[in-house]
Design a protein around this ligand. Structure first.
Ligand code: AMP
Length: 317
């Protein structure tokens, strides 16, 4: 059975047995500087089970939900990873690719991680395009310390993550070159992937090495940009986004964005930097919908470009 079919079967069964909880959402689109932010409102997520005393106990002793994964949510074993369904699901078929052994969510992604993510992205949802992401480190928006990447089918009103519109504006893009996008007011780096090379590769080791070479090149460039524009006073966390066209990294200064006027805080993870924001209360929704500049919300939890840093950067377009 294909991974796609396995996911569908397992999803239906887990939903039926209530081992997987699906939360209804509504979406609002809001365009800022060519980026059509998708704000997803999931009111019932605010009521995610937590009053159950056994849940509270479990939280205290920090149960690792991925070691072992719940058999009702387990889909398939890969070499070094397991594919698991997201237990608290707002996008049907959302999968999590977890390391079989405990590894830290503060580690970078290695060839085997990237290969697993790429292969799942290509096969998990049939012809539906997908987005892979990794929330790395304590300020990245991750809630689990066990190394896990996540993959979502992109079935919404926009077939690609909203950030793709800005990627498309990079003139004369070349695979493997590292770019910054001048409409984003915070430190980030992005690189187009070489689909000709990837699609012609028949060797998994070669493909994993290629993806890791792109990832570590990007990570190096992210640290270079960060040194130039900021003086981080804490361990570096970052968000990683990968589609079938590009990889992107954004270093994070904090997890929670403060919506000052509303005196509210929302957690932002990699999806926020893909242009997809999640809110759980009507107050949070109103605050984002009425926010004068959603880019500032992202800037608040990233590192702002320093306008005095060297402008003649070879990476600037
Ligand atoms: P993050 O919050 O980015 O660290 O991602 C952790 C993901 O794991 C979230 O999407 C949760 O919904 C999901 N999750 C939490 N507990 C479980 C579980 N027992 N089985 C599968 N997924 C889970």
């Amino acid at each position: 059975m294909t991974l796609h079919n396995q996911i569908q079967e397992k999803y239906d069964a887990a939903l039926n047995s209530k081992e997987l909880l699906f939360f209804e959402t509504t979406k609002v689109l809001k365009e800022v500087d060519g980026l059509k932010f998708e704000i997803t409102y999931a009111p019932s997520l605010a009521k995610k089970p937590s009053s159950d005393p056994t849940m509270e106990e479990k939280k205290k002793i920090k149960v690792n939900p991925f070691l072992p994964p719940n058999p009702a949510l387990f889909v398939q074993d890969l070499d070094e990873h397991s594919v698991v369904l997201n237990k608290f699901c707002i996008v049907p078929h959302h999968i999590i690719v977890v390391t079989k052994e405990f590894k830290s969510q503060s580690q970078p992604l290695f060839p085997s991680d990237l290969l697993a993510a790429w292969q799942c992205m290509m096969t998990a949802f049939g012809t539906t395009p997908a987005l892979a992401f990794y929330n790395c480190g304590p300020f990245s928006g991750a809630s689990q310390p066990h190394k896990h990447m996540q993959i979502l089918p992109l079935q919404g009103q926009q077939p690609q993550p909203p950030i793709k519109a800005l990627f498309n504006q990079i003139q004369d893009r070349k695979a493997g070159q590292i770019y910054v996008m001048d409409k984003l007011p915070f430190v980030h780096v992005i690189t187009p992937l070489d689909r000709n090379f990837i699609d012609s590769s028949t060797d998994n080791e070669e493909l994993g090495d290629y993806l890791a070479q792109m990832f570590f090149g990007l990570l190096d460039a992210m640290f270079q940009q960060l040194r130039k524009h900021a003086t981080p006073d804490r361990e570096i966390s970052y968000n990683f986004i990968m589609t079938d066209q590009f990889m992107m990294l954004v270093p994070r200064s904090r997890e929670l964005a403060t919506l000052v006027q509303e005196n509210l805080q929302v957690s932002i993870n990699s999806l926020g930097f893909a242009g997809m924001l999640l809110v759980k209360t009507p107050e949070e929704l109103a605050a984002l919908e009425n926010h004068p500049d959603l880019m500032q919300v992202l800037k608040d939890v990233a590192y702002a470009w320093n306008p005095n840093a060297d402008v003649e950067d070879p990476m600037e377009q």
